[in-house]
Write a protein of this length. Structure first.
Length: 90
């Protein structure tokens, strides 16, 4: 098993090349994303707005996925990701 962070634009090709690919979409509400980005201090408010406008994403049709909403503590986010990775244990 391999876990990797890939480009959303590459998903159709990745599914073709790796037929057993399981996708986990990790996301958070815009308000939380904006606060997290602002706290980093690396981007202007305009940069953050632009980034959030690009963050909206619809999974390409025919690609199965699990969605993990990372809107809480790191511990809860980790538990949600692990549950998505190991659904048989959930």
């Amino acid at each position: 098993d391999v876990i990797f962070n890939g480009s959303r634009a590459a998903l159709p090709e990745a599914v073709r090349v790796f037929p057993g690919l399981r996708v986990i979409l990790v996301t958070a509400p815009d308000t939380i994303l904006a606060a997290r980005l602002a706290a980093r201090g690396r981007e202007t408010a305009e940069d953050i707005r632009d980034r959030l406008s690009r963050a909206a994403f619809e999974m390409p049709e025919g690609i199965g996925f699990r969605k993990v909403v990372n809107d809480s503590s790191p511990e809860i986010g980790t538990a949600r990701l692990l549950a998505a990775l190991q659904p048989e244990r959930a």
